[in-house]
Write a protein that binds this ligand. Structure first.
Ligand code: UTP
Length: 407
């Protein structure tokens, strides 16, 4: 794309300011900016006018496999899971492409040190948890790590320096997720440098399309991987590819298994597993009507009672049905670094604009069947979103201590 074409594309959407500094740029910078303009999908900006919400269907309850059943069938589930893992049918995929803006560290979230008397990095906690299963099953589970162009180099360098915390390097594959442009509240694109439009990772559902674009679906086929456990970087307690969860999902023969925790209170602010027009879905806490909040199942327990924790085991063969263009795009208020009118970089401390994200929970709704699988909150759910308060470094440390993990 040349300058004239780029100007035409940008002025057609009222964003010609992105070329304001063009004449000042070096040849290489000019090329970089023109490439970015050519390759970026700016149609996402239209989403602001339309609003983020998409029409929801009719909700109904979806029963979870509860702890009582899991404990009663433990050996059967465990054996089935160990078998699938030993046969190499199970992979793990770490979602580490996010910017972790709430935590406020400039480094990738996984590099955050939550230790008190020694170093305990978030990545270390996650890998240590996965290593438990590797050792138990004597199988080096294939580990995919999704980064973004913003944090890829730092993530890879850090993990290399730490020797991958004991994981076998040849069993890890990194890939970068796609990016989306970011804008102010009026839809005007931010620039993060004179030669670069501000971008952010395109949401945690970007993992599948980005993986395919990177050609990594070939590894899935070549290695006969049938299941992928995708999980967030920030839950430092979660078990990954744990045999009972794998076994329960495989035996249920569903499209996806979802780890869920029992809600702490009927109005707790978590997305709850349910059916929407007969397909698995997640209803957000603010979408729960009073009737839904009070509804009971046949045991007299709340019918919408299990919150998701962003740990899902997807059946690979169902993933090709998950099309990007069918997934809703969420408009999210975030802190977006930008250059001001004097071309000085500003790192805002409060949200200052919109990013555009596709979310894993919308992938679930494109699949046909789901098994919500109950895990014990105090043992498996310690998310680190904020420095202090709810879902924070502080709350995660308390939970780690309760689980006898030295910090
Ligand atoms: P969050 O939405 O909590 O993480 O994503 P975030 O965007 O990094 O954090 P904030 O909101 O800016 O503070 C949950 C998980 O999804 C991953 C994150 O890395 C985390 O593991 N994620 C999120 C991606 O991999 N890519 C994305 O585009 C967004």
């Amino acid at each position: 794309m040349n300058y004239e074409e780029a100007m035409k594309k940008m002025s057609a959407i009222g964003q010609e300011h992105v070329l304001k500094y063009y004449d000042e740029l070096s040849d290489e910078q000019k090329k970089g900016l023109l490439t970015q303009i050519a390759e970026t999908d700016f149609s996402v900006l239209k989403k602001i006018e339309k609003g983020a919400g998409s029409e929801r269907g009719k909700f109904s309850p979806l029963a979870a496999m509860q702890r009582s059943e899991i404990e009663a069938r433990e050996k059967e589930l465990h054996d089935a899971g160990v078998k699938a893992i030993k046969e190499g049918k199970t992979a793990a995929l770490l979602l580490a492409g996010g910017m972790g803006t709430r935590l406020g560290s400039d480094n990738p979230k996984g590099m955050f040190d939550i230790g008190l008397t020694k170093h305990v990095y978030i990545f270390e906690r996650i890998i240590t948890n996965l290593l438990d299963v590797v050792h138990e099953t004597d199988t080096w589970i294939r580990l995919f790590i999704m980064t973004s162009e913003k944090n890829h180099d730092a993530t890879v360098a850090f993990l290399k320096e730490k020797n991958f915390f004991g994981y076998r390097e040849d069993r890890i594959v990194f890939f970068k997720q796609d990016m989306a442009p970011a804008c102010d509240y009026n839809g005007k694109l931010y620039m993060e440098a004179k030669d670069r439009i501000s971008t952010s990772p395109n949401g945690n559902a970007g993992w599948y399309s980005s993986m395919v674009r990177a050609g990594l679906d070939r590894i899935l086929t070549d290695e006969g991987i049938e299941w992928i456990d995708i999980f967030a970087v920030d839950n430092v307690l979660q078990r990954i590819c744990d045999p009972c969860f794998v076994g329960a999902t495989v035996l249920a023969g569903v499209s996806v298994g979802a780890k869920v925790v029992r809600k702490a209170a009927p109005d707790e602010k978590v997305g709850v597993m349910c059916l929407e027009d007969g397909r698995p879905s997640i209803v957000e806490y603010y979408e729960l009507s009073d009737d839904m909040m009070n509804a009971k199942d046949d045991k007299g327990e709340p019918a919408y009672n299990y919150g998701v924790i962003l740990n899902y085991l997807f059946h690979v063969s169902e993933l090709s049905a998950v099309a990007d263009d069918k997934m809703p795009l969420h408009v999210v208020k975030k802190k977006i670094p930008y250059i001001d009118e004097n071309a000085q970089l500003v790192k805002p401390t409060e949200p200052n604009g919109y990013k555009f994200e596709q979310l894993v929970l919308d992938m679930i709704h494109q699949l046909t069947t789901c098994l919500p699988y109950e895990v014990i909150r105090e043992r498996e759910f310690a998310p680190i979103k904020n420095p202090t308060g709810i879902d924070s470094v502080e709350s995660a440390r308390e939970l780690l201590k309760k689980n006898n993990i030295e910090l």
